[in-house]
Design a protein around this ligand. Sequence first.
Ligand SMILES: [Fe+2]
Length: 159
Amino acid sequence: MPADPQDAPKPRVRRTHLSLFVRDPEASAKWYEDVLGMEVTARGPQWVFLSFGKKHHDIALIRAEDGAAAGGLGLQHYGLEVEGDLDEWRRLYGMLLAKGVPVVKTTDHKIGFGLYFTDPDGNRFEFFHETVTDDEEGKRVLGLYGAPSEPVEIEPLRG
Ligand SMILES: [Fe+2]
């Protein structure tokens, strides 16, 4: 007899981390330190672990097999919800441009603004500036507008 789904354990996720295949973990780690302000917490011959400052690791970079290429399946982007006001987000935008990081797009999500960019292997990240900070209200607005993702032009702040 199938188990009652009510009894099935439900994961109670506290925090998350991300692990990525990259061509050159040490080279990519420098980019993660430089662009995302991360710190290396552990490394081995085939990997580097990095932290945003609190946790033992938030992102792990694992050496991919030679000739590996990113495909059409798998990770679409990893969103980093950043602290600070909109101007701080605009300064991050300016920082990406100053460092020559490819910026993909800026998007209005109604609950916040997304700034999308890619790492040296083309993995896409998002600096997410929340405008609706109440989680219940965020869920309501996201549902109401059907998870909106509209292009928006916001000027980067330099310096
Ligand atoms: Fe996102």
